[in-house]
Design a protein around this ligand. Structure first.
Ligand SMILES: Nc1ncnc2c1ncn2[C@@H]1O[C@H](COP(=O)(O)OP(=O)(O)OP(=O)(O)O)[C@@H](O)[C@H]1O
Length: 312
């Protein structure tokens, strides 16, 4: 039996990416013969957070929670672990978006990520900023949070039965393209009242606003190319006052991060942000639907800790 200083737990969403996650877990398991660990499978939204909180509030030893699943699973595991200083997280990506892995330099390939994490079990963890949000719901975000056009697309795509079918053929991202085109014709841009560290800004005909802790969102789009998750502030992107056809070009350019050169894209930095549209609009945190605006965001007093071999 190998010696690990931490108590080891795997939190697996067996349904992420249509069951890819479960197949990944079966492979990981084959490499754990010498380790003592416990594995938990999530059965519904919120389970991962609740499982981690339950364990962390009763165990006194240093704990390691390794999430196996998509961005939603690691988002939930960190939400559970963040307020416990003796809890560290690890991640093996097995979802469709993989923005967390991109942003925090974890291998996108699950086999490679497993090899790496198994070499780090006793290593010190790296700590990062998190955001706290309050609105209809409250919690922490690690990647990004936002509201408007993009959140509407993600809400519709995630709720679509077609996504499941397309995922079978690894074409799940097509559903986002479908709703992107639908919303491009349907969505009505509105007035955004944004307050950043006490300073009020008003934007007319706003399509969306995103507050980012790290560069990536939406499955590899570089929404905030300069965001640094250790600099103690967020990078805010507002897209406003542009035609539908120009919006399409801006949206496509987000894959390369070149959207920041458009005059209709405004960039800010800040720690305390309030997002209020003229009427409630859909909001997301790390790509998960969190209801509607208004939304209040602040840099969390808690940092979270992850095992990564890309130390800064
Ligand atoms: N057994 C389950 N049944 C249904 N939903 C679940 C289950 N376990 C977790 N969930 C929820 O499913 C959602 C999506 O999970 P996750 O992000 O891990 O997978 P994904 O959507 O395939 O990947 P990605 O977010 O990277 O695209 C999360 O909100 C999670 O809480």
């Amino acid at each position: 039996m190998s010696n690990i200083n931490r108590k080891l737990f795997f939190i697996i969403n067996p349904l992420a990416k249509n069951g890819l996650s479960y197949r990944v877990w079966k492979q990981i398991k084959g490499n754990l013969a010498n380790l003592q660990y416990k594995a938990y499978f999530t059965e519904a939204r919120g389970d991962a957070t609740n499982i981690v909180k339950r364990i962390a509030s009763t165990e006194k030893k240093e704990l390691l929670f390794i999430a196996v699943g998509g961005d939603g699973t690691i988002h939930e595991v960190i939400n559970g672990a963040i307020s416990y200083p003796h809890a560290v997280v690890g991640y093996i990506p097995a979802g469709s978006g993989n923005d967390f892995a991109r942003g925090y330099q974890i291998p996108l390939n699950p086999k490679k990520a497993t090899e790496v994490i198994l070499t780090l079990l006793n290593e010190s963890a790296e700590s990062f900023d998190a955001g706290y949000y309050a609105g209809k719901q409250s919690g922490y975000f690690i990647n990004s949070i936002g509201a408007g056009f993009d959140a509407e697309i993600s809400r519709k795509a995630n709720g679509s039965k077609m996504k499941k079918w397309l995922n079978i053929f690894s074409l799940g991202s097509l559903i986002y393209v479908f709703y992107l085109i639908m919303e491009l014709f349907r969505y009505q841009p509105t007035t955004l009242n944004l307050i950043i560290d006490g300073k009020k800004e008003v934007f007319y005909r706003t399509w969306f606003v995103t507050v980012s802790n790290q560069p990536f969102y939406g499955g590899g789009m570089k929404i905030a190319p300069k965001a640094d998750p250790q600099d103690g502030e967020f990078n805010i992107v507002v897209v406003h006052n542009l035609s539908r056809i120009k919006l399409l070009f801006v949206f496509i350019s987000v894959f390369w991060g070149t959207h920041i050169n458009y005059k209709e894209v405004d960039l800010y930095k800040g720690k305390n942000i309030s997002i209020n549209y003229s009427s409630p609009l859909p909001a997301h945190a790390d790509g998960e639907n969190i209801g509607e605006t208004p939304l209040f965001i602040k840099l969390s007093k808690h940092r979270w800790r992850v095992l990564t071999n890309n130390k800064t």
